[in-house]
Design a protein around this ligand. Structure first.
Ligand SMILES: C[S@@+](CC[C@H](N)C(=O)[O-])C[C@H]1O[C@@H](n2cnc3c(N)ncnc32)[C@H](O)[C@@H]1O
Length: 381
């Protein structure tokens, strides 16, 4: 990426030489170009960057010691790797998650517009008290990511807002902070109750922090999995892989009082949501583990009895099936012999083919016109 601050080689995380997707885009470049044209811009105060997908903005501006606020473990790892590649010490910037306290005073706020409107709303709400009338606020996104509702959030939470002309299908957002503005109440986290008739999760209250998958309603794929969870007893080690708000793992824990569930996700809001959902539904004393990380990459091999998975098929705006492939392969390693991986997915995603290749077989446990629940058992090779 060529910027007014220099040229950087950037990659996503985990690094995959076959990945044709770049770690930055025209919106990142536009934002950096624009900053360099603001004659009296003072970057010596606290510069906060949110929504920086793979650390491109944070790396480019590293000499100004920005504070990055991210909802994603993968984005934070990418940032660390990109800083190191650029010969910069990882501690030249501060990496905060959406669960951390926001810096008390913010002088420059750079917002890479996230895909989730709820995440943007919560981020702006949490940062707003740290802004002052002199804070420079610039947002950036691809044209297709910026809607009237996006601008409305800047306008209602921070102050008067306008946009730039589009360049290479990217657009900037300029907001003047209005300290007199009466901000609406921050609705996050959201809690909703599940309907009846969906197995052990029926009627449960689910907590959703901003940015978690399907934050305001139950996903139809998740519902299908909940309706067809395996019926098991005994001291199972269960993994809710890509747990989101944790409802699948919580249902498995309620269905089997002896099971010990590990919730795994790369998203900070997912971890917060899963902890809250599990505690609310299973009580304060039930044991569980909450692991933020890249799938099961660091999970003890051969230790899981059951892995439950509703895999992601989007990485930011791009459709990719790499994550599901890695999740299935890592699940196989994590399972003990005889252990089972249960996967729900849209029929057209072809997960059964992948599972058959990796596990040597795959059973269809439930199906409807849209979804399938698949089971793959780890057998000795
Ligand atoms: C389709 S959602 C399913 C969420 C939840 N299990 C449900 O059914 O509602 C997929 C989840 O995988 C998570 N995810 C994506 N990539 C991941 C990775 N590399 N490691 C761990 N979790 C990941 C996402 O953050 C998201 O919460």
């Amino acid at each position: 990426m060529i910027t007014p601050w220099g040229e950087h080689e950037l990659t996503r995380f985990p690094e995959d030489p076959r990945d044709p997707l770049r770690a930055w885009d025209a919106a990142d470049e536009y934002l950096l170009r624009h900053l360099a044209t603001i004659g009296d811009l003072d970057l010596s105060g606290t510069v906060v960057v949110t929504g920086d997908r793979w650390g491109a903005l944070t790396t480019a501006l590293a000499e100004h010691h920005p504070v990055q606020i991210s909802d994603s473990f993968l984005a934070q790892e990418a940032t660390r790797a990109n800083l190191t590649r650029a010969g910069l010490a990882p501690d030249s910037v501060r990496l905060l998650s959406t669960r951390d306290e926001v810096p008390e005073r913010v002088d420059v706020l750079l917002v890479r517009v996230p895909k989730s409107l709820g995440l943007l709303e919560d981020q702006l709400q949490r940062i707003a008290p740290s802004l002052h009338p002199g804070t420079v606020v610039v947002g950036a996104g691809m044209v297709k990511e910026i809607h009237t509702s996006t601008l409305d959030l800047f306008e209602r939470i921070l102050g008067p807002t306008k946009t730039s002309l589009a360049e290479k299908k990217a657009r900037l957002i300029f907001t003047t902070v209005d300290p007199e503005l009466t901000r609406p109440r921050n609705p996050w986290p959201l809690t909703y109750s599940l309907e009846l008739g969906i197995g052990p999760a029926s009627g449960l209250a689910v907590t959703n922090y901003a940015g978690v998958f399907c934050a305001d309603r139950l996903d139809i794929g998740t519902r299908f999995l909940l309706q067809h969870l395996p019926e098991r007893t005994g001291p199972d080690q269960v993994v809710d892989l890509g747990c989101g708000n944790g409802i699948v793992g919580t249902a498995a824990a309620l269905a089997n009082p002896q099971a010990r569930v590990t919730f795994v996700d790369e998203s900070h809001p997912a971890m917060a949501s899963a902890e809250a959902t599990f505690r609310m539904c299973a009580g304060p004393d039930r044991e569980a583990e909450f692991r933020l990380g890249d799938g099961l990459a660091d999970f003890p091999p051969g230790s899981a009895d059951l892995v439950l998975n509703n895999p992601p098929f989007h990485t930011h705006q791009a459709t990719t099936d790499r994550t599901s492939s890695r999740m299935f392969a890592d699940a196989r390693t994590a399972l003990r012999e005889g252990g089972e991986l249960w996967v729900v997915g849209n029929r057209h995603l072809g997960y059964h083919e992948k599972l058959r290749r990796m596990f040597g077989h795959c059973d269809v446990m439930a199906s409807d016109p849209k979804f399938v629940v698949l089971r793959a058992v780890k057998r000795a090779r």
